[in-house]
Design a protein. Structure first.
Length: 275
């Protein structure tokens, strides 16, 4: 259904003479700028690999073929059969619904709503503590106890971690795990690390599914909350989905729905996708 760019370029003289709102004309039928804009939006994924400077030409080519196919189908009276009428009805309903959803989402993502969502979900959320710690991981408890004694006798944690630890991710950094929150570590390790004071070692090796850990806490702090600008896109998506879901649920609540056959399970309102 695509025409070559050479063909499109050959039409340049004709297009430049067309009305400002018309991009091309196919057998007397205009291709309007609004149609190109709509198709560019609807076919964004299809034309994602087409270079930006060639995208408009590719979409115009698509529309040229679409006009030709439509005219041929009309000549064959396909526009009079039952399948066409049913599919056109559904397509019209889909477009109307999508436009309504788009309008609702635009209302939902005002600056005031975005900032209110930020305050509710992030700014006023409880503080979350995070810890910066090092660890040495070994297979056996006795080996772990021996290393712990060496550390308590003045041994260098980073040097022993590089020599003894079985954790490939932190071994080269002297056992340094950086900052982490409690929910990102296995429970046994997290419990022990968050109980320790800054600069302290655990009294006894901590066993987890990976082996035995010797832990040293380097620092504790409250995790920095993301700024409004950092999470604005996520907040926008959240408000859009929330607005769409609410609209559909409200419409279903007030609607009288009669099913010819009882469904096997209750039909729940779908979570609306972003248009």
């Amino acid at each position: 259904m695509r025409r070559s760019l050479a063909f499109l370029l050959s039409c340049t003289a004709f297009i430049s003479c067309a009305h400002a709102q018309n991009i091309a004309r196919v057998d007397g039928v205009d291709i309007q700028a609004t149609e190109v804009a709509i198709m560019e939006k609807e076919l964004a994924a299809t034309f994602a690999q087409v270079p930006q400077e060639q995208r408009k030409e590719a979409i115009v080519s698509y529309l040229i073929d679409l006009k030709l196919l439509s005219a041929a189908a009309t000549k064959a009276k396909i526009n009079e059969n039952a399948e066409y009428l049913a599919r056109t009805k559904l397509a019209n309903e889909r477009v109307l619904g999508e436009i309504l959803l788009e309008q609702e989402t635009k209302k939902a993502v005002s600056d005031a709503n975005l900032k209110a969502a930020y305050d509710k979900e992030v700014k006023n959320a409880p503080k979350v503590q995070e810890v910066s710690a090092r660890h040495i991981l070994v297979e056996g408890e006795e080996e772990a106890k021996t290393i712990l004694k060496q550390l308590n006798d003045g041994g260098d944690f980073a040097a022993l971690a590089k020599e003894k630890s079985k954790d490939p991710g932190s071994k080269g950094a002297g056992g340094d795990l950086g900052y982490f929150t409690k929910d990102t570590m296995v429970p046994e390790f997290a419990e022990a690390a968050f109980k320790l004071e800054k600069g302290k070692l655990n009294d006894a090796p901590v066993k987890s599914q990976f082996g035995y850990h010797i832990i040293k806490v380097d620092d504790k702090r409250d995790k920095a909350k993301p700024t409004f600008d950092e999470i604005k896109p996520q907040l926008q998506q959240f408000l859009e989905r929330q607005a769409q879901s609410k609209l559909i649920q409200d419409l279903r609540k007030d609607a009288k729905v009669e099913l010819a056959e009882k469904p096997a399970a209750p039909i729940a309102p779908p979570v609306a996708a972003k248009p």
